[in-house]
Design a protein around this ligand. Structure first.
Ligand SMILES: C[S@@+](CC[C@H](N)C(=O)[O-])C[C@H]1O[C@@H](n2cnc3c(N)ncnc32)[C@H](O)[C@@H]1O
Length: 303
């Protein structure tokens, strides 16, 4: 089924908390490393004057087009760059900007991307098994699923999905692909359900049996952890004194990288950590936006 992803409105998570924690001067420069549909940037952009700048990055062209529409009436300048935030250092300097006041990364995906059949991430709807948010990437999820050895597949599902049935799932995948290639999300999801359905039911797990494997594949296809590490490594050099970095993450592997980076920078006297513990969404926010359920926000300030 073709899903019109532009109809799906993305609600920015932890928006009120972020606005309370970040004070941008009217002529401030902010990098929104994950512009998405521009929800967060709209909130910050309204407090920027005509000398303010938002440098907006995304690896999804459709998301950039959506953000352009949403932010078209802002007084500040918005520079859109179709690029990966792992390159943040060069991208910002290429704009003639040396220091910024705020870096925001709201990791993961927009609601519209989850249902976008061109990206192919959903196990609820049958779609081509792709998962590349950035279509310039070489390997799709189908390439990985059909070409990786059983052992490497099991390791990948375990490492990035923290899936305890990884070996069993990899075995079922390899058995299936010997008959015919695995090309759709529905096909993969049903193999996983067959592999772990029964043990999962015994465990009375609330999440869909395919959740962890799909997460693992998405992380691998889009090099998510590597990109985040590069962003974190460059950020301290780009922030001006008292500038802040805020990262919203959605799984423990990402949150751990953020926590370790902030701690190391604090130890080196480069950052002051603003959020001793990650900020999570209130019950009210979660009840109106399910995506907020697993969000964790960490903020640090350049000293
Ligand atoms: C959760 S959405 C951001 C939503 C946005 N804060 C809003 O309020 O509309 C995450 C966005 O990050 C983008 N993205 C993911 N990884 C990226 C990367 N390495 N570099 C740049 N953009 C990335 C995705 O394409 C997606 O549009």
């Amino acid at each position: 089924m073709e899903v019109n992803s532009s109809q799906v409105e993305h609600i920015p998570v932890l928006a009120r908390t972020l606005v309370e924690q970040i004070n941008l001067p009217q002529d401030g420069v902010m990098v929104d490393a994950t512009i998405g549909q521009g929800g967060h940037s709209l909130l910050f952009g309204t407090s920027l004057g005509s000398d303010g700048v938002i440098i907006a990055l995304d690896v999804d062209k459709k998301a950039i087009r959506g953000a352009q529409l949403k932010l078209k009436d802002l007084a500040c300048k918005v520079i859109y760059i179709y690029a990966n935030f792992s390159e943040i250092d060069n991208l910002v300097r290429e704009q003639g900007v040396e220091k910024v006041d705020f870096i925001l990364a709201d990791l993961g995906l927009c609601s519209s991307q989850l249902s976008d059949s061109e990206i192919g991430l959903s196990f609820q709807t049958d779609m081509p098994l792709d998962m590349r948010i950035d279509k310039r990437l070489r390997l799709s999820a189908a390439d990985i699923i059909n070409k990786t050895t059983q052992k490497n597949l099991a390791d990948l599902i375990f490492k990035f999905g923290q899936e305890r049935f990884s070996r069993r799932i990899a075995r079922f995948i390899v058995r299936e692909r010997q008959g015919r290639p695995i090309t759709t999300t529905g096909q993969l999801s049903s193999i996983i359900c067959r592999a772990v359905g029964q043990p999962e039911r015994k465990r009375k797990s609330k999440i869909h049996p395919a959740t962890r494997t799909f997460q693992a594949l998405r992380i691998a296809v889009n090099n998510e952890l590597e990109n985040l590490e590069k962003l974190l490594a460059s950020a301290s050099g780009l922030l001006g004194v008292n500038g802040r970095i805020a990262i919203i993450s959605f799984h423990s592997l990402e949150d751990r990288l953020v926590k370790l980076n902030f701690k190391a920078n604090e130890k080196a006297g480069i950052y002051k950590i603003i959020t001793k513990k990650p900020i999570v969404a209130s019950r009210e926010e979660i009840s109106s936006n399910q995506r907020a359920r697993s969000a964790k926000l960490r903020i640090a300030e350049k000293t």
